[in-house]
Design a protein around this ligand. Structure first.
Ligand SMILES: Nc1ncnc2c1ncn2[C@@H]1O[C@H](COP(=O)(O)OP(=O)(O)OP(=O)(O)O)[C@@H](O)[C@H]1O
Ligand SMILES: [Mg+2]
Length: 251
């Protein structure tokens, strides 16, 4: 997949919480088909940036363009509807429901009539199609309760769930933080496959080797500012660490 046009553009975003300048003058574009890794120390502003792009909190200043058009999200539903999906570390899945129910939670396919029985067959075949497309071999039983799945499988379900609305941008806030080694590898592959589908992907991670492996670009936040925007293939982990700690200037 060649990297395409800008799908998401954040211009001059500022956000303060009381006396804390969480973000200032943020400039960031996400292109179709690329994976951006967003890195920075604890408190650098990464999650705040994702929340603003996802419509969870409004910026104090600045504007957002989606698909080249200015947008103002008054809540997360509006961002979802526009085509921005978010996946958080603390996996918002319902343990007592099946894989299928989790995937369609809140947007169940009905037979066209309100309050009619849910179209189980249509939902199941859509789930199987999605999991196949994502090349997820390990989940065979889709009527299993999500609480019985491993962390990696749950993360896969969370990612698959985000794709049901056919997003153009997927934002992931530390999707691998709670995972084991093998599960991490699977989720990283899945992230790459999202970009291969033409989705613009932005992933927050503290794991630098993972960042270098999965991303096309690395954007570094430090004290609420973008201090570096690297092409991944041109850098080493030392550059990323230097930008994160501020021991070297890259702008
Ligand atoms: N709702 C809030 N109220 C007050 N301060 C906040 C709020 N959300 C974030 N902050 C502050 O804004 C700054 C940036 O926080 P943010 O969560 O974006 O950091 P982060 O880069 O995601 O850190 P981490 O790597 O630890 O997750 C921090 O100083 C944090 O304490
Ligand atoms: Mg965070």
């Amino acid at each position: 997949m060649t990297v395409g046009k800008k799908v998401l553009e954040l211009n001059n975003i500022d956000k303060t919480f009381g006396a804390v300048n969480a973000l200032s003058g943020i400039q960031l574009s996400v292109l179709a088909g690329e994976v951006i890794a967003l890195v920075g120390d604890n408190g650098a502003g990464k999650s705040t940036l994702v929340k603003i792009a996802a419509g969870v909190i409004p910026p104090d200043q600045g504007n957002i363009l989606f698909d080249g058009e200015p947008v103002v999200f008054r809540g997360p539903m509006e961002a979802t509807r526009a085509g921005i999906a978010v996946i958080y570390q603390d996996l918002a899945l319902c343990d007592n429901l099946s894989v299928v129910s989790n995937l369609f939670l809140g947007r169940e396919i009905q037979n066209g009539i309100p309050l009619s029985p849910l179209n189980e067959e249509a939902m199941e075949s859509k789930v199987l199609e999605l999991l196949k497309e994502l090349n997820v071999g390990q989940i065979r039983e889709i009527d299993i309760k999500v609480g019985n799945l491993s962390g990696g499988q749950r993360q896969t379900i969370a990612i698959a769930r985000s794709l049901i609305g056919e997003p153009k941008v997927v934002l992931l806030d530390e999707p691998t933080a709670a995972l084991g080694v093998a599960q991490k590898v699977e989720v990283l592959k899945l992230i790459r496959r999202l970009a291969d589908r033409g989705i613009g992907v932005l992933v927050i991670s503290h794991n630098i080797s993972e960042v270098l492996e999965v991303s096309d670009r690395v954007v570094v936040l430090r004290l609420g500012k973008v201090v570096a925007n690297f092409e991944t293939k041109k850098i080493t982990s030392d550059d990323v660490v230097a930008a994160i700690t501020g021991s070297k200037s890259f702008n």
